[in-house]
Design a protein around this ligand. Structure first.
Ligand code: GLA
Length: 375
């Protein structure tokens, strides 16, 4: 087995509140989780990058001088997972940063495509690995932004900044309150009385990327139309619920529905952060349930199995709040549960979901964790 000089660890994330608002410059509250991407790497001096995807049993080689082709050394198109590290390399170069080749391998316990940001973790881990071998150092916010740019421009997923931010900035036992419009954030301690429980619906994603990009386009269109009467807004975060109600007649019904979710989700986030800082877990949980209803009915990013997980959770002892987390169209729910009920809750949620759905859920009692770092 090959020895590597370094290991970088970049966590996945769960989002507690502020969903589908990051690309509208709205505030979010993710936490890095104790599931992560581990990348082992050593430098090489010929400008080639070799990567072994250990969990997939695949291997790729690409050249740092031919990144725009998105092809491997063999001339074949890069496999989809390799677009993330290659995209990060391309963006770093685009910003004038010199990077060297490397031999790398990675393995991860973040379930893939489950809405826990395995792709952002892969990007952040590789950005950090390239930086470790180079003579420059980026602040973590810039590093997150470059990773987002790689995903937007190289991979073609028009995501916001939340996932890369969370994987880079995670703080143990804290949620991360990130005001994207100011690029400012603060760690907020999670109350010791609650556990964060993640349940994976195991529903296979389909059309996630196109549906996601379509939601984002609808919110951008809403801004352009609302600007006719609200010329000072630049993103939906600038629209208060009162303004929205007064001007929503400018929007076609389908766009109004999407914009309504975003406007009220930003408002919920503002209420939730006050509740969390006051240790009012009950209020925070109510807002989570309200967010779920909005994502289900207005934003239409839920699926029946996820709704089932939320409804089962609602009926169990110790529950404060449950909702879909991440981009949606499958994936996971996040549940806020009284610590003393956590084990029983996890077992019962699994028992009931597995009996009522065609899938078998994995339920994790999660711990907020440190962001990207060298092991
Ligand atoms: C995905 C994206 C994020 C964010 C969430 C929804 O995880 O990568 O930028 O938009 O969906 O909140």
């Amino acid at each position: 087995m090959q020895d590597y000089q370094y290991r970088v660890i970049a966590p996945g994330r769960v989002n507690l509140l502020g969903e589908h608002v990051d690309y509208c410059n709205g505030p979010v509250l993710p936490a890095a989780i104790d599931k992560s991407m581990k990348v082992d790497f050593s430098p090489r001096d010929d400008g080639l990058v070799t990567i072994k995807a250990r969990d997939l049993n695949e291997e790729v080689c690409f050249s740092l001088t031919e990144l725009s082709d998105k092809t491997a050394c063999t001339g074949e198109p890069l496999p989809s997972w390799a677009l993330y590290p290659a995209g990060v390399a391309a963006v770093l170069q685009q910003h004038g940063l010199l990077i060297s080749g490397m031999d790398a391998q990675f393995t991860s316990d973040i379930p893939i495509g489950a809405g826990l940001s395995s792709s952002a973790a892969l990007e952040v881990a590789f950005a950090y690995a390239f930086q470790t071998l180079a003579e420059w150092e980026l602040d973590l916010m810039t590093l997150s932004q470059y990773c987002q740019q790689a995903e937007n421009e190289y991979v073609g997923m028009n995501c916001g900044l939340m996932d890369q931010f969370a994987s880079a900035h995670g703080v143990e036992d804290h949620a991360l309150y990130f005001k994207i419009n100011e690029l400012k954030w603060e760690p907020v301690p999670l109350p010791e009385s609650v556990a964060i429980i993640i349940a994976d619906s195991k529903v296979p994603h389909s059309l996630t990327e196109s549906a996601y990009n379509e939601r984002r386009t609808a919110t951008e269109k809403a801004v352009r139309l609302l600007q006719a009467e609200l010329p000072n807004i630049t993103a939906l975060v600038d629209v208060t619920p009162v303004d929205f109600e007064a001007h929503k007649h400018l929007l076609p019904a389908s766009i109004a529905q999407r914009a309504q979710h975003v406007v009220y989700e930003c408002d919920r986030m503002n209420q939730a952060i006050v509740a969390l800082k006051e240790n009012n877990v009950k209020r925070f949980g109510e807002l989570m349930f309200a967010t779920h209803a909005s994502l289900r009915d207005l934003y239409e990013v839920s699926v029946p199995e996820i709704d089932l997980l939320v409804e089962i959770a609602r009926s169990l002892p110790g529950i404060y709040g449950a909702r879909i987390t991440g981009g949606g169209f499958g994936g996971c729910t996040v549940n806020l549960v009284a610590v003393e009920e956590a084990e029983a809750f996890a077992a019962e949620l699994k028992k009931q979901y597995d009996a009522k759905s065609p899938y078998e859920t994995d339920v994790y009692i999660s711990k907020a964790s440190q962001g990207v770092h060298l092991a």
